[in-house]
Design a protein around this ligand. Structure first.
Ligand code: SF4
Length: 438
């Protein structure tokens, strides 16, 4: 792994590192998913912070997390806390810092940060910094010391989403087991280097990222694979941490692939656009539609959309049949008859809306990955039966996770059989990219 950036000369950045208490420390970010966090950490390194994804979770994660929680907390809280404590034990409290996002939402996510801080203090780790960013202000708080980071981080999110799509649409069909994972990781490193470039202008960085993404595209296109249109396409929605963190969900997507399915995972960009839309709605409700904050938000969203178009455009042919919605509002509107976004909030709205969106695109079933006792999972599970009925009885199933699991292979196998039956009778036509020989 490349070492700490040692060429930080910008006085503003040096001051920010001091202000956050990060001198001599590595900043760790929770894996969500690993590739996305790898690229987000690269974005943070571009301004001189020494940021990396948390090391892989293991039994100690669960053990330490369980020891410091009561059992009432959400499963992602237990995993992130357990990972942070494991890393402190391994690397020493004087060498590490952590990034913990936060939000004021309908659920307990806003409490994670406070609980981690309280537990650190209780254990004598009071000096370990925890940096927080929040979706309440559209993440603008990171921009206080570097607006540059917000834009680079957005490009990291886009690159992650594209690479993840390439991985999932290729891996089930690979001829040589492990070959897709290999080129995915090669691409992550290549794109990560472009994202983490220091002291370059936005345009230069974007050129470098785009070039790395084109190299990734060629790697994936050239990979020997036998595409097969009879393999059912399973949309994957649910709670954002659990559906992306493969340790939490026992690598459910890989199990689906082994049982004969292909997955289309709801992306991270969707959540970023959702928080942007939430901020717009909040400001409008407060009578600040024409105010400064909403104007800044709007300008930011125009720039974000431009970057999005530029990075996605070269993949138009690869993603035929896997196109993302033009606007998150499309998903929110689809959810409206079941869970109106003006009343319900968070993943529950996105999960129900995206279920309908994926049905329209010809998916053969939907899996919702949620932590056990997750409020979002419980609410949306209540509307899935009506949704399924209205979507020609498309199979929809919630898989809950809490660190213990029954027979996942058997349950997924049964689900895939239901998806195959549905695939034979569905009326929605799925489009395929040329690699399927369509
Ligand atoms: S979405 Fe679910 S798991 Fe995540 S914080 Fe909210 S209630 Fe907990």
């Amino acid at each position: 792994m490349p070492s700490r950036p040692d060429t930080v000369e910008d006085p503003g950045i040096l001051q920010a590192i001091r202000e956050y208490g990060l001198e001599g420390r590595t900043l760790y970010l929770p894996q969500m998913p690993y590739g996305g966090t790898y690229l987000l950490a690269a974005a943070i390194r571009s301004i001189g912070f020494d940021a990396w994804p948390t090391t892989d979770s293991d039994e100690r994660t669960l053990d330490l997390g369980a020891r410091m929680t009561s059992g009432d907390e959400c499963y992602p809280q237990k995993i992130t806390l357990g990972d942070f404590l494991r890393i402190i034990e391994d690397e020493g409290k004087e060498n590490v810092a952590f990034l913990m996002p936060s939000a004021n939402g309908p659920c307990r996510f806003g409490q994670y940060l406070h609980l981690v801080r309280a537990k650190f203090d209780e254990l004598g780790y009071g000096e370990v910094p925890i940096i927080s960013i929040t979706s309440n202000d559209g993440y603008s708080s990171i921009g206080e010391y570097s607006m540059d980071l917000v834009r680079t981080a957005w490009r990291a999110v886009l690159a992650q989403d594209i690479l993840m799509k390439l991985l999932l649409k290729t891996r089930p069909y690979e001829r040589e087991k492990g070959s897709t994972d290999r080129i995915y990781h090669e691409s992550l490193v290549d794109v990560g280097e472009a994202i983490s470039l220091m002291g370059v202008k936005h345009r230069e960085r974007m050129d470098a990222v785009e070039a790395a993404m084109l190299r990734a595209r060629e790697r994936f296109r050239a990979l020997p694979a036998d595409y097969d249109a009879s393999r059912p396409l399973i949309g994957v929605v649910g709670e954002i941490f659990c559906r992306h963190n493969t340790f939490s969900n026992f690598d459910l997507i890989r199990v689906v692939e082994e049982q004969g399915g292909e997955c289309w995972l709801s992306d991270i960009g969707e959540w970023v656009w959702y928080t942007d839309d939430e901020q717009r709605r909040r400001l409008t409700e407060q009578g600040k539609r024409l105010g400064k904050d909403n104007t800044i938000r709007y300008i930011k969203s125009v720039i974000m959309r431009r970057d999005e178009h530029r990075l996605y455009a070269p993949f138009a042919e690869d993603f035929i049949g896997y196109e993302e919605p033009h606007d998150v509002k499309d998903v929110l509107e689809m959810s409206k008859p079941y869970l109106p976004y003006t009343g319900a909030l968070g993943e529950m709205v996105l999960s129900s809306g995206k279920t309908i969106y994926m049905y329209e695109k010809g998916a053969d079933g939907i899996i919702d990955i949620s932590p056990f006792t997750c409020m979002n999972g419980i609410v949306v599970e209540a509307v899935y039966p009506s949704l399924s009925k209205d979507l020609e009885d498309m199979p929809i199933r919630v898989f809950y996770f809490d660190g213990t699991q029954g027979d996942l292979e058997r349950d997924v196998g049964i689900f895939i059989e239901l998806a195959r039956t549905y695939q034979r009778r569905k009326t929605k036509v799925r489009r395929y990219p040329a690699c399927f020989g369509a």
